[in-house]
Ligand binder design. Structure first.
Ligand code: ADP
Ligand code: MG
Ligand code: ZN
Length: 589
């Protein structure tokens, strides 16, 4: 943790003084409990901490999956204070190392780091301290450990243990892969007698298995904590005017609280921070494009002052230990459930109620699908991104408990929580088959009759029969499906399109995000598959009258059309069979 975090801070300072005063020649502790009380000033271990620490003190390996804020650091810091020698900690972020070392030094632990940010004088000092046995903990960047020189250097001292923090970075399947972590597989061969502990807050089965095999942790004991954070209330709303929605969320529920707002682009971060400031909130932007000094000042304001809101890209947050963050808001769709979970996990570390609030909309889905299509890297890389996005969308679109969905993603089962938006206000599911058919058949017709493809906005205008210059120019009014979707509002249609995209009936193609059909769309068109949609939580539910008229309109509109529809379908299917080698996304023309 950081020196400013937590109520135990003053205690820890006091114990630091005690620790220094009583420091004997050997500064090691006889027991883990003694180190916990004396150095960190805590009364007792949390969760699996005691068992994990015992395992490592005993010289054996451990794999630790524990949510953010669970207390992973102590699991390697305390064994390093009990075992002879220096605990070598591999950590991915240089800024994080500095914080950890500062916090440890403040409580009297002999800690240092080696990384590229250092000048040679301070590096030399750290190396001498290590060789003289004067370090309990040494943080190193992963790329250093792959160098033979570093390995030989480490051999000249005594290694108490290796700790691999943020171990999910070794997973190529994961959301935060770092190639440097792959070299850590050699630790087991080179130092078979040194215990290793791998720690992460990412706990999908796939990541867990990859950590175990890549780091050669086959003989390790695995400690998997519950990933539930019961005090966090999850809420996912449909995006309309996102800044206003955000402002109203903050003003009504967290007017004076500290919080983090995540956005994908630096521009959105700057604009949103500015907007919140003008609305009277104490909001500051944070992203990698800002000067390092400014970033550091922003971060310490967030930690020290009360009620500061940080608007940030995902560059912000890892390793920041502020216990009383009351909300984490996302105004853009996160790219993976792991990322979302880690980011929201920064709320409510003190155990008091906190909110995770996310707004997402059709544009998020279209934009992210396009980014995946255009992303560099091979097919398997794109498949990975796509699978991550799909899981995120499934979480957003679920009509069941968010927490159950989230925990299931991490391989854990649970009961509906009663403390998420879907539990508190169960969304209505409605039969969206007819609107789906209207949209899908419009897409098929445009292709078949005119060889045209359009994005969502354009298609919705056609369905709603909106007289725009664009409609006249493209002779949309002559289309058979012109205006057949007038029973739904623009916003409702956007919800339909978004959910069809999320459920895989539609895909996007090209730089304009034009909509195309997938394999399963055929079943919807043929009427052999029903489409379940959820009502948008952010707008009034569709009235009963509206729903009836929608069904009537459907029957009136579509029945006479069926022959044509099936003909379109047949044409489409034969087009599909011609498009050999494009199995998942069928692109026309
Ligand atoms: P993680 O790395 O799992 O996200 P940290 O190691 O940063 O979590 O710990 C989160 C917070 O919990 C820190 O403020 C830490 O000091 C505190 N903490 C950890 N273990 C205990 C404990 N046994 N008793 C009280 N506080 C603890
Ligand atoms: Mg940590
Ligand atoms: Zn729930």
């Amino acid at each position: 943790g950081s020196p400013s975090g937590g109520p135990a801070h003053a205690d820890r300072q006091a114990s630091a003084a005690r620790f220094s005063a009583t420091a004997p020649a050997t500064r090691k502790f006889a027991t883990a409990a003694e180190a916990l009380h004396t150095v960190f000033g805590y009364d007792s271990f949390r969760g699996d901490q005691a068992a994990i620490i015992a395992q490592v003190v005993d010289g054996k390996d451990a794999v630790v999956l524990m949510p953010t804020g669970g207390g992973k650091s102590l699991c390697y810091q305390i064994p390093s204070l009990v075992r002879e020698g220096t605990g070598i900690v591999v950590s991915p972020l240089i800024a994080l190392m500095q914080d950890q070392v500062d916090a440890l030094t403040a409580v009297g632990v002999r800690a240092a780091f080696l990384n590229s940010s250092q000048d040679s004088a301070s590096r030399g000092q750290v190396e001498r301290d290590y060789l003289a046995g004067n370090l309990d903990l040494l943080y190193v960047a992963p790329e250093r450990l792959s160098s033979e020189a570093t390995k030989r250097f480490l051999d000249q001292g005594t290694i108490a243990l290796f700790a691999i923090d943020e171990a999910h970075c070794v997973s190529q399947w994961g959301h935060d892969f770092r190639p440097d972590y792959l070299a850590l597989s050699e630790l087991a061969d080179r130092w078979p007698d040194v215990p290793r502990i791998a720690l992460t807050a990412t706990a999908t089965d796939a990541t867990h298995q990859e950590i175990t095999s890549r780091l050669q942790m086959g003989d390790a004991k695995h400690f998997v904590a519950s990933f539930d954070r019961p005090n966090i209330q999850y809420r996912i709303v449909g995006k309309s005017e996102v800044r206003k929605q955000l402002l109203s969320f903050i003003k009504t529920e967290h007017p004076d609280d500290a919080g983090i707002v995540y956005a994908l682009s630096r521009k959105t971060v700057d604009q949103t921070a500015e907007f919140l400031r003008q609305s009277g909130l104490n909001a500051l932007p944070y992203h990698a494009g800002l000067d390092a000094g400014l970033r550091a000042r922003t971060q310490s304001k967030f930690l020290r002052d009360e009620g500061v809101i940080i608007v940030a890209t995902i560059a912000f947050g890892m390793g920041i230990d502020k216990p009383d963050v009351r909300f984490v808001a996302h105004i853009d769709l996160p790219k993976s459930v792991e990322g979302y979970y880690q980011e929201t996990g920064r709320a409510g570390r003190d155990g008091a109620p906190a909110n995770a609030w996310l707004a997402y909309g059709l544009s998020d889905v279209v934009q992210q699908r396009r980014m995946i299509d255009e992303s560099p890297g091979d097919m398997s890389h794109r498949r990975k991104l796509s699978a991550h996005l799909d899981a995120m969308l499934a979480l957003c679109e679920t009509v069941h408990c968010r927490r159950v969905n989230l925990l299931r993603y991490f391989g854990q089962t649970s009961e509906p929580c009663g403390n998420c938006d879907t539990c508190l206000e169960p969304p209505e599911a409605w039969d969206g088959t007819v609107p789906a058919q209207k949209l899908l058949s419009t897409i098929v017709r445009l292709l078949r009759e005119r060889n045209q493809k359009f994005g969502a906005g354009h298609l919705i205008d056609i369905l709603r029969g909106k007289e725009t210059p664009r409609a006249t120019q493209h002779r949309h009014t002559e289309l058979k499906t012109w205006g057949i979707g007038a029973d739904l509002s623009d916003q409702q249609w956007r919800g339909v399109v978004r959910q069809l995209l999320a459920q895989g009936y539609l895909a996007t193609s090209g730089e304009y995000g034009t909509l195309i059909l997938t394999d399963t769309a055929a079943e919807v068109l043929a009427g052999s598959r029903q489409v379940q949609l959820r009502t948008e939580p952010d707008r009034p539910a569709r009235s009963a009258a509206g729903r009836t008229s929608s069904k009537k309109a459907a029957a009136a509109d579509l029945s006479p059309e069926q022959a044509t529809l099936f003909e379109a379908l047949r044409v489409w299917r034969s087009a599909q069979s011609r498009e050999q080698g494009v199995p998942a996304y069928i692109v026309f023309g």
